[in-house]
Ligand binder design. Structure first.
Ligand SMILES: NC(=O)c1ccc[n+]([C@@H]2O[C@H](COP(=O)([O-])OP(=O)(O)OC[C@H]3O[C@@H](n4cnc5c(N)ncnc54)[C@H](OP(=O)(O)O)[C@@H]3O)[C@@H](O)[C@H]2O)c1
Length: 306
């Protein structure tokens, strides 16, 4: 895999959770890292911790709130400031900012759907797609990495609107890859990952324990594990329009949801193979429709048991 040593990376949402883990891994690989988020104290604390952990790391922090109506201006200013300080274009931008508000469909309003629910999960990535290419080196070594979630494939009651935005982002990233080539555009789709995203410790602890119990592997993801997916997507100069999913193997649990998303099917088969026969696929049907513009593999896992 090509090295990313010396590359310039900006992580929007890099002061906590998955974004901070990406910052740490990238800095350890010799990448010049800039993190940005809305809370100045959080940015300063994370920079301090990363610098104490990685003594020679080149890490800088920026304050940028992308939750308001002036998001495009905020992004423009952030990218101008970061590239001016670097004296060079960026090689990669990872977007991991998150502040989610949930409402069941029965409680939504037009205003909430259009102005609130989709802002961080979709509107900001869309505006980044507009603004970022001018600040990225125009080469296949450059990349934009967005963040979705397993909600795209695995329904959770009460999260239908979020599932809609996450699914929209998947399609957006794939299409943007065509519009901004040779800059690459990819998406990481984490499963449940133990971060502040799940609330304060008293909420997060029991919630993560319950999710781990229900998962095949008996665990949830760690931010450092998920961060590896972003690093891979930055390194692989052949990879664009892709989605990498990490989900503690919920998809091979008995009674899993059928999916028609072909990269998932492939990862599904890879998982199955890597279990070296510990799991038996009782019934898998697979059909290839050659009439489709791109072929579609329709995979149905009817029953899997241990
Ligand atoms: N953790 C999971 O289980 C999980 C599962 C699936 C998908 N995801 C997705 O993975 C991504 C990262 O999640 P995470 O678990 O790392 O979340 P997290 O620990 O809560 O971190 C979120 C980051 O976003 C920043 N942020 C929040 N509001 C912002 C704003 N208005 N402007 C700029 N930055 C802002 C936060 O910093 P400030 O507070 O300083 O602004 C923080 O750095 C999100 O897209 C999330 O939806 C997470």
């Amino acid at each position: 895999m090509p090295s990313i040593r010396g590359h310039n990376l900006l992580i929007i949402g890099g002061s906590a959770g998955i974004g901070a883990a990406v910052a740490k891994l990238a800095a350890a690989e010799g990448v010049n890292v800039a993190i940005a988020s809305s809370n100045p104290d959080r940015v300063a604390t994370t920079i301090k911790i990363l610098k104490e952990t990685l003594l020679n790391a080149n890490i800088t922090g920026y304050v940028c709130d992308v939750s308001q109506a002036d998001t495009e201006q905020q992004l423009e200013k952030l990218l101008t400031d970061v590239t001016a300080a670097l004296g060079a274009p960026l090689d990669h931008i990872a977007y991991t900012a998150s502040f989610l508000e949930f409402k069941p469909v029965s409680a939504v309003t037009m205003e909430w759907i259009t102005q609130t629910s989709g802002h961080l999960p979709f509107n900001v990535p869309a505006l980044l797609g507009k603004v970022a290419p001018r600040f990225l080196r125009r080469a296949p070594t450059s990349s934009l990495v967005f963040t979705g979630g397993r909600i795209t494939d695995k329904p959770i009651p009460g999260l239908a609107i979020l599932a809609g935005w996450a699914t929209a982002l998947t399609g957006f990233a794939r299409s943007l890859a065509v519009e901004v080539a040779p800059i690459r555009v990819n998406l990481v789709s984490p499963g449940s990952t133990d971060t502040d995203h799940h609330g304060p410790p008293e909420v997060r602890g029991p919630k993560m324990a319950a999710v781990a119990k229900a998962s095949l592997l008996g665990k949830v993801g760690k931010a450092e594990e998920v961060a590896e997916a972003y690093i891979y997507l930055m390194k692989d100069s052949n990879c664009t329009g892709a989605r990498l999913a990490q989900r503690a193997a919920w998809q091979v649990i008995f009674g899993c949801t059928p999916t028609s998303d072909w990269p998932d099917c492939l990862s599904f088969f890879n998982h199955g193979l890597s279990f070296k026969g510990a799991y038996t696929f009782l019934s898998i049907t697979m059909s290839i429709k050659p009439t489709h513009a791109l072929f579609e593999i329709n995979c149905r896992c009817l029953k899997i048991c241990k």
